[in-house]
Design a protein. Structure first.
Length: 222
C-alpha cells in the first residue's frame, strides 16, 4: 500500500466565494518510486478544544457547549467542524492542493458557537483523511486511504473573523422557526417599521416581545 502523508501548511479566507469559505493548503507526499495518478479524498475536520487555554470571558462563552470550567476535564470533547471531498490530480513524490471548506454563521451549530466565543489566539484542528488512491508505475492500482492518515492545523481566530466580516460585516445571524418569523413580520407590518433591526429594537424597548411568547411556547410544547 502506498504510504501517503498529509500536512496543512496554512489556511485563509476566500475573498471571492459566494458565502463564508475557508481554504486550507495541504501538502501530500508519497514514495517517489510510486507515482500517484489521482486521489479521491474525504476529509473530516474536528476542533480539538482541549489543546488550547481559555480566558475567563472565553470560558463564559463556551459554557453552553462544555458547561462550567470545573467540568471541562470530562466535557471538553472534540467538536465536528466539516466533512468535505477533495480530488487531487496525479503527482510523483509531493504535491499541494487547496481544500475548500464552506462555512456557516448559524449560531445553532456547535462549531460556530465555539469560534464566536474565542477572543483571539488559534483554533486547534485535526484533519482526518480517507478515500481512494489510484497508483502504480505501469498501470493502475486502486488502494484505500485509511482513516489514520491525519494532519493538524492551528487556525488563527483572526482568519475566521476575517471570513465572517467579509460576508456579514458588523452583523450577527440567527435562525428562527417559521411561526416566530410570521409573528415578527406581523408586528413589523402593524407598526410600519422600516427594517428588521428597527423591529427588534422596538420589541426590546417597549417590552412587546412578550407578545411572541405564546406562539413560541406553544410550538415548543408540541
Amino acid at each position: 500500500m502506498t504510504e501517503l502523508a498529509f500536512s496543512c501548511t496554512g489556511v485563509r479566507a476566500d475573498p471571492y466565494a459566494a458565502g463564508p469559505t475557508l481554504v486550507f493548503r495541504l501538502r501530500i507526499t508519497a514514495p517517489p518510486q510510486e507515482p500517484v495518478h489521482a486521489l479521491a479524498l474525504r476529509c473530516q475536520i474536528r476542533i480539538e478544544p482541549a489543546r488550547r487555554s481559555y480566558e475567563d470571558r472565553e470560558a463564559a462563552g463556551l459554557a453552553d457547549l462544555f458547561g462550567e470550567r470545573s467540568r471541562w476535564g470530562t466535557t471538553l470533547q472534540p467538536v465536528q467542524f466539516a466533512q468535505v471531498p477533495l480530488m487531487v490530480p496525479g503527482f510523483t513524490g509531493e504535491t499541494e492542493a487547496d481544500l475548500v471548506v464552506p462555512c456557516t454563521y448559524d449560531m445553532d451549530i456547535a462549531a460556530t458557537r465555539y469560534f464566536e466565543a474565542l477572543s483571539g489566539g488559534e483554533v486547534p484542528l485535526l484533519m482526518l483523511f480517507s478515500g481512494t488512491a489510484f497508483t502504480g508505475p505501469g498501470g493502475f492500482r486502486v488502494q484505500p486511504v485509511p482513516w489514520d492518515r491525519e494532519a493538524t492545523c492551528r487556525m488563527p481566530v483572526a482568519v475566521w473573523r476575517e471570513m465572517i466580516e467579509q460576508h456579514f460585516p458588523g452583523c450577527g445571524w440567527i435562525r428562527l422557526p417559521r411561526d416566530t418569523m410570521d409573528a415578527l413580520l406581523a408586528y413589523r407590518s402593524r407598526h410600519a417599521l422600516p427594517s428588521w433591526e428597527a423591529t427588534l429594537r422596538a420589541l426590546l424597548e417597549d417590552g412587546a416581545a412578550t407578545a411572541l411568547l405564546p406562539r413560541v411556547t406553544e410550538r415548543t410544547a408540541t
